[in-house]
Design a protein around this ligand. Structure first.
Ligand SMILES: NC(=O)c1ccc[n+]([C@@H]2O[C@H](COP(=O)([O-])OP(=O)(O)OC[C@H]3O[C@@H](n4cnc5c(N)ncnc54)[C@H](O)[C@@H]3O)[C@@H](O)[C@H]2O)c1
Length: 369
């Protein structure tokens, strides 16, 4: 590919500059304009990235014929309206997580993108990280046996959001990782939580996802924790994986540990669990920035027209689960059933390899490369 793709980025608060930096670092991409309602944020962009145009008017991006793609990095309640305008203006669109505030909005965006033949992708950043890719590879190899349980903790002191609760803010990461690794969608979800600081906006939540094959995931999110925690445990019938994203080097450890129940016993005295303790190892991981891999994937999808592992359909799945969790929160944690329609036409499983035969280069992220 020789011609550079021009992109506009909307939202230059906390996260937006990271997308500007990563898209700017790609040789086949030009960040043409950054849009934000707040002039002081645009000042910061002009200081950090001289040469990039800035505007407070989203219409400037819509009307610019040279801009082929727009990334929406503004607050969640603005995603739908901005993404809809972007798609209707004929721009490929990348939306921050969570994709929108309801599944109806997600479906409408998917529909427009399909009718316009445009790439629609959601920033489920961790799907593009080396540790998560490695965990997917290990689980798919059968090394840990059958994956029976995932436990996720994503805890922080803040940052308190005004328009969404902590589950909508932090759980999209845990849910997207869980769905990607499980390779399937849950049949029900439940959630409990409390709003300690801002009335009606839960700052601590505990969500459970029940998968049809018996798999189970529990997700704990908090803005009221003294330390930053980013851990996920993947428990298999043979081995267990601990993923700690805060660890600088050994983010994944594979424990040869399991509990075995005796196959048969005659008396209660015969009955004893056996605990197996074996080696622990930490595989080498490629130190690529996940957001850069995601930006590259967005450009590849635009070029080739294939769906990414965080397409609009995956964004919709995460939002459907968050909706079920919200319903459960309002009903004292009752279990909310989820039914799924595979309207992607691609099946609900995520292939390890997503590279398209039309790609000019390998788009697969190798966690060990
Ligand atoms: N993928 C990740 O790891 C990650 C991390 C943090 C935030 N996010 C997501 O990024 C998005 C933004 O989060 P943030 O923390 O940067 O928020 P933020 O409040 O710091 O920044 C949002 C910016 O959008 C601007 N804005 C609001 N409405 C606008 C409009 N209509 N047009 C143009 N600009 C507008 C605001 O002025 C602000 O500068 C959210 O969807 C959030 O969930 C993702």
């Amino acid at each position: 590919m020789t011609e550079k793709l021009n992109i506009g980025i909307v939202g230059a608060g906390y996260w937006g500059p990271n997308l500007v930096r990563n898209f700017k670092s790609l040789s086949h991409c030009n960040v043409k304009v950054v849009c934000d309602l707040d002039e002081s944020n645009l000042d910061r962009i002009r200081g950090l990235f001289p040469g990039i145009g800035t505007t407070t008017e989203f219409g400037r991006l819509e009307e610019d014929k040279e801009i082929q793609a727009i990334a929406i990095v503004s607050p969640v309640h603005t995603h739908f309206a901005l993404a809809k305008k972007s798609l209707l203006a004929g721009k490929h669109t990348l939306i921050e997580k969570p994709m929108a505030t309801s599944s109806a909005e997600c479906l409408e965006l998917i529909d427009i993108s399909q009718r316009q033949n445009l790439t629609l992708m959601v920033d489920h950043t961790f799907i593009y990280s080396s540790p998560v890719r490695m965990i997917k590879k290990i689980v798919a190899s059968g090394e840990i046996g059958e994956l029976i349980y995932i436990s996720a903790k994503r805890l922080n002191m803040g940052l308190f959001q005004k328009d969404i609760n902590v589950a909508w803010d932090l759980a999209p990461h845990d849910i997207s990782i869980a769905l990607y690794i499980m390779g399937t969608v849950p049949s029900s979800a439940n959630c409990q939580g409390r709003a300690h600081i801002t009335p009606d906006i839960e700052d601590v939540t505990n969500m459970s996802l029940n998968f049809p094959n018996g798999g189970f995931a529990t997700i704990h999110n908090s803005w009221l924790d003294p330390s930053k925690v980013r851990t996920m445990t993947f428990v298999g019938s043979k081995k267990m994986i601990l993923y700690d994203d805060i660890e600088p080097m050994e983010k994944i450890k594979i424990y040869d540990k399991r509990v075995e129940v005796p196959p048969h016993y005659d008396t209660f005295a015969d009955f004893q669990y056996s605990y197996h303790y074996g080696d622990v190892y930490s595989p080498y991981l490629n130190q690529i920035e996940p957001l850069k891999a995601l930006c590259e994937k967005f450009l590849d999808c635009i070029r080739c027209g294939h769906q990414s592992e965080s397409s609009g359909f995956e964004g919709l799945k995460v939002v459907q689960i968050l909706e079920a969790a919200s319903l459960s929160l309002k009903s004292q944690g009752c279990n909310v059933g989820l039914t799924w329609e595979d309207n992607s036409g691609e099946g609900s499983a995520w292939p390890l390899k997503t590279a398209c035969s039309n790609c000019e280069r390998e788009t697969e992220l190798d966690p060990e490369a």
